[in-house]
Design a protein around this ligand. Sequence first.
Ligand code: GLU
Length: 473
Amino acid sequence: MSSDKTYSFFQSVERSFDKAATFTKFEKGILEQIKACNSVYQMRFPIKRDDGSIEVIEAYRVQHSQHKTPCKGGIRFSDEVNQDEVMALASLMTYKCAIVNVPFGGGKGGIKINPRNYSVYELEKITRRYTAELVKKNFIGPGIDVPAPDYGTGAREMSWIVDTYQSLKPGEIDSAGCVTGKPVTQGGVRGRTEATGLGVFFGIREVCNMPAVMEKLGLQIGVKDKTVVVQGLGNVGYHSAKFFRENGSKVIALAEFEGAIMNPDGLNEEQVFQHRKATGSILNFPGATNLEKNTDALELECDILIPAALENVINGENAPRVKAKIIGEAANGPCTPEADEVFVQKGILCVPDMYLNAGGVTVSYFEWLKNLSHVRYGRMEKRFTENLNSHILSQMESLTGKQVGAGERAFIMHGPEEVDLVHSGLEETMITATREIMDIWNSNPNIPDMRTAAYVNAINKVGTSYGELGIFP
Ligand code: GLU
């Protein structure tokens, strides 16, 4: 998949880590331990296909670090899955959780299948058997390792996982916390579906609100009127495009497997999504121009480029042709270390994956907390807050003799629902993480890019918690 053939995805994560490690104070041994993947479980199991044939499925779960437990990270279904990829993605999860102050170690799972080639019944059998294999080896559980959706999986697969887990562990009171990204009816949390895309938006908006950063890039402050290109119209790409559009940016191009479309006046992601559903292709969308290759979209003139598909799509070969001012890595690992070097030379700001796409795991953390506390967010305070607000409002009105307008009244009165609290928790998390990374970057002029600053932040946090644990005998 990569055109930078000299090293694998895991090695490229290691390279970025090593580059950042020189800016930290930890001794070599601690750095080696932070970097290592602690447990790698490769499994093979058979399933009976709908036509009666038996197929052996290859699958993985990697626990990169237990410096905090449980381990956390998604499960992907893709025929590109291999051990190296899952190890790389599990490592990124450790760093991602540390950066956004989510108290988990990193994990990741993968099943080497193209889900399009299987019936729903076959997918269910594969997912349930995979879960059973994890249970057998103690590789899943609310205090051990908690999977979530990733590329090719979603709420449906998570509901099969929780159901299988609960049937094998009857009476485990916190069992709903064995997986996140579940449907709300199965113990999920409102706001999880859009979480990664919303986190991408909050992160980029914070960067765009930093006067010094914008001045350096020659851009106006704020996301309003910025031109945006999004590669990938899956859950993350779709929601990133939606939040940019709703906040006044112009999504001028969208790309998928089959090609890309462009309209300088802006595209509506929902209309494009419906068009693709109806015609089977993103191409020939009314009013838009077709681009021959989907990768052409990556090279368009724009303010913000959001790669939201797979890893290694921007590499040493095509990075010199990228014209965006800001790259927001919504996918995991979309830019290679060679690409990073080109961006530094060209003055392009690459906002790195392992914090920018942390919205998913952040809201997973909220879901897990909800499962452990067995209560919906907002249940205890919503009515109290509304009563209090109503009281304050009527006091203000009687003291001033003036009435507040209907729209404003509804806003002031509103007590927080679960989705409000989840969105605001996510906003706070992304803003804090952006500022922490920028502070580290600003504090040392030798740190070449934001990815290195993010890694420095992650290494400091993980290394410190190893130190605090005093775990090495
Ligand atoms: N798969 C997502 C990620 O790569 C979410 C992981 C999670 O929620 O645990 O961050």
